[in-house]
Structures are given as structure tokens and as C-alpha cells.
Design a protein around this ligand. Structure first.
Ligand SMILES: [Zn+2]
Length: 176
């Protein structure tokens, strides 16, 4: 499946996104093998340098908001010693589409570019995790000057999520 985006992507840019997402999917699997959750995010600066990477740590930290993206946002704020990251033109890469909470967290962080692998519908189908309802966020983010591209190396990313489920790991969900 091809990449979906809220802006025009060049062929060169697509290749760059795939190069980084390949690493993100590999690191997600590595995290799973080390007992982490099946979601992993990385932050890159405006020159394309790696800044940091974080896994989901909800179960490890007994904290429901510690999704990979939220951990990345918190670590980036600590790294730059700034609650507003908008002046750094940062990019966030994550193996799966951000959930409703993380969309909010990313929006308030000032991160300017969001790239994800597996879209929420596929995440829910493969894992059973609940991603929450989604507003028209590609459009909403565009209106706020945030670039979004998704479905990057979707097949590779789906295989990693599938591996998590088949290895019998816990899929947590609040009671409703
Ligand atoms: Zn999330």
C-alpha cells in the first residue's frame, strides 16, 4: 500500500521516510523481545539527526498515558528543556498511527512532522488494542501547520504487531 499524506511528498522524501521507518519497525521488534510494549517512537531534529527513541511503557511504569509518542514528547521536552518544541522543527516517527490521546499530546508539543507506519484500523484488527475515535486529524494537523504521512512500510510494521500478538503478550484495555 502506498503512503498517505496531508502534503505533496517527493520520491526522495518517500525513500528517506522508508529508511527511517525500517529502523523504527526493527527497534519495535527489538523492544518486544526485551519485554517492552509493541509501540516505539523516535524524534529527529530538522537536519535529520536522531535525537531519541522511546517505547510504550504503560505496563512497566503502571501509567496509562505512557504511550511511545507521549514518552517521546516528554523526553524531547526534557532534552531541549522547553515545553514548546515548535522552534526546533522536530519530526516524530512511530511504528503505528497515534491514538486519540497521542494526537493531542503531539499537537500541544509543537512537533512539526509526524510519520507513522501501521494505520489504526490495522492495529486494532491485528492486536485488539483500542485506538479511540479519530477526528479528521490529517486535515486538522495540516490546518495547524503539522505535516503527516502514514502507512509507511505498513506490511513490515504489521508483521511486527502480529509477532507481538502471536507471542502471547498482553493486550491491555480499560473496562468499559
Ligand atoms: Zn497513544
Amino acid at each position: 500500500m502506498s503512503i498517505v499524506a496531508n502534503y505533496e511528498l517527493t520520491e526522495q522524501e518517500k525513500q528517506h521516510l522508508e529508511k527511517i521507518m525500517k529502523r523504527v519497525h526493527e527497534k519495535t521488534k527489538e523492544g518486544i523481545l526485551n519485554g517492552k510494549g509493541p509501540f516505539y517512537a523516535e524524534i529527529y531534529d530538522k537536519d535529520g539527526n536522531f535525537v531519541l527513541g522511546t517505547s510504550n511503557s504503560v505496563m512497566e511504569d503502571n501509567c496509562c498515558v505512557k504511550h511511545a509518542e507521549m514518552n517521546a514528547v516528554m523526553a524531547a521536552c526534557a532534552n531541549y528543556k522547553n515545553f514548546d518544541l515548535s522552534s526546533y522543527d522536530l519530526s516524530l516517527y512511530v511504528n503505528a498511527e497515534p491514538c486519540i490521546m497521542c494526537l493531542g499530546g503531539i499537537m500541544w508539543s509543537g512537533i512539526k512532522n509526524v510519520y507513522f507506519g501501521v494505520p489504526s484500523g490495522d492495529v486494532e484488527r491485528i492486536t485488539g488494542f483500542d485506538e479511540g475515535f479519530k477526528p479528521h486529524w490529517f486535515e486538522e494537523f495540516k490546518n495547524r501547520g503539522i505535516k503527516v504521512a502514514g502507512n509507511i512500510l505498513l506490511e513490515e510494521g504489521s508483521e511486527v504487531l502480529d509477532y507481538y500478538v502471536k507471542s502471547g503478550r498482553h493486550v491491555y484495555k480499560p473496562e468499559r
